[in-house]
Design a binder for this molecule. Structure first.
Ligand code: HEM
Length: 310
């Protein structure tokens, strides 16, 4: 970006924003009330509201959301970095919600529901992968202008991202413990670390459907990183022996490997964007930077399904 001091338009006066995280009370409408309203407005949008807010603002606390972009430097690229960082946190939130619900449906034996949910999770992952298109417009020089302001902050400390990794089964007590001093974040993180992942529930389903699964794969210390299991691979091999579009386990295997592949593409886009922006400089979070990202890019959540191709 050309070097000039950015102009940051003030959209919301922060003094008027309620900082409460809870949902704001607001009335509901129905088909019947909406029919009455449209009669009254003659088909024109509502533009008069009582009090000091309006229902669109209150439904999603939009004024609060749009008060949270406060770049700390005069570097032009920081606003882009700020907005995209927050967008990505929201997308991780959406992905996590879908994956947790897919896990619950699998646990309840509702595989058809899980397949529908996993299709959306995959679409979310496509979308978040494309977010690197925007972030890659940040130049080395532009990033250098605000990087020092990050201190030791790093995406590595994203608890929302860590929840996504954990529900998919990539557990790490060491990385989780970065949040143990945060009382409003740590209990959920610890629970996620120590609970079965979505894949652990898929393995339990394989067993329930008559596949022979080793006792260790069905009951282990869930906080440990998943390591491939021969009985799980044998079960997937049986499922994949006669691929069948009406076999829900085969469809589940394909849905999972699509998510795993897309996650790898997400990591790969991060890795190459970072290499382009900061080269081989160390990360702000204390890691070797690109070297660390190269290492995590090789991770596979569902190794036995990948092994089928061999
Ligand atoms: C565009 C500029 C960015 C650069 C140069 C960058 C750089 C890095 C580096 C060097 C690491 C390794 C850990 C460390 O900091 O020591 C890392 C990790 C990470 N970053 Fe970024 N990052 C960028 C943007 C983002 C954004 C916008 C997000 C999303 C919120 C993000 C999410 C993450 C995550 C989740 C990790 C941990 C990866 C893992 O351990 O698997 N990064 N990043």
């Amino acid at each position: 970006m050309p070097a000039f001091q950015p102009f940051v338009p003030q959209i919301v006066d922060p003094a008027g924003v309620s900082e409460a995280a809870a949902a704001r009370p607001m009335p509901m409408t129905t088909d019947a009330t909406r029919a009455v309203t449209v009669e009254e407005t003659g088909g024109r949008p509502l533009t008069e509201f009582a009090g000091t807010s309006n229902p669109y603002i209150d439904y999603q606390s939009i004024d609060l959301l749009l008060s949270l972009q406060h770049p700390r430097s005069e570097g032009y690229d920081e606003m882009c970095f700020f907005v995209m960082g927050q967008v990505k946190e929201l997308l991780f939130r959406g992905i996590h919600f879908e994956l947790v619900n897919a896990q619950h449906q699998i646990r309840d034996g509702e595989v058809a529901n899980a397949l529908q949910i996993l299709a959306r999770a995959k679409t979310f992952l496509d979308y978040i992968t494309d977010s690197w298109n925007v972030l890659s417009t940040i130049t080395t020089e532009g990033f250098t202008q605000f990087r020092d302001h990050l201190g030791t902050a790093s995406g590595q400390l994203s608890f929302m991202y860590r929840h996504v990794e954990f529900v998919l089964g990539n557990k790490s007590r060491e990385l989780a413990e970065a949040h143990r001093n945060v009382p409003h974040v740590w209990p959920a993180m610890l629970e996620a670390l120590e609970s079965p992942s979505l894949y652990d529930d898929v393995i339990a389903l394989l067993s329930l459907r008559g596949h022979t699964i080793s006792a260790h794969a069905l009951d282990r210390d869930w906080s440990l990183p998943y390591s491939p299991d021969a009985s799980v691979e044998a079960a997937w091999r049986t499922v994949y022996t006669e691929p069948n579009a009406s076999d829900d386990l085969h469809l589940l295997g394909e849905a999972l490997i699509s998510i795993d592949q897309q996650f790898s593409l997400y990591r790969w886009r991060h890795f190459t964007s970072v290499e382009r922006i900061i080269g081989y400089k160390p990360g702000t979070g204390g890691s070797s930077g690109v070297g660390w990202l190269d290492h995590v890019t090789r991770h596979r959540f569902f190794p036995e399904i990948w092994a089928i191709s061999n």
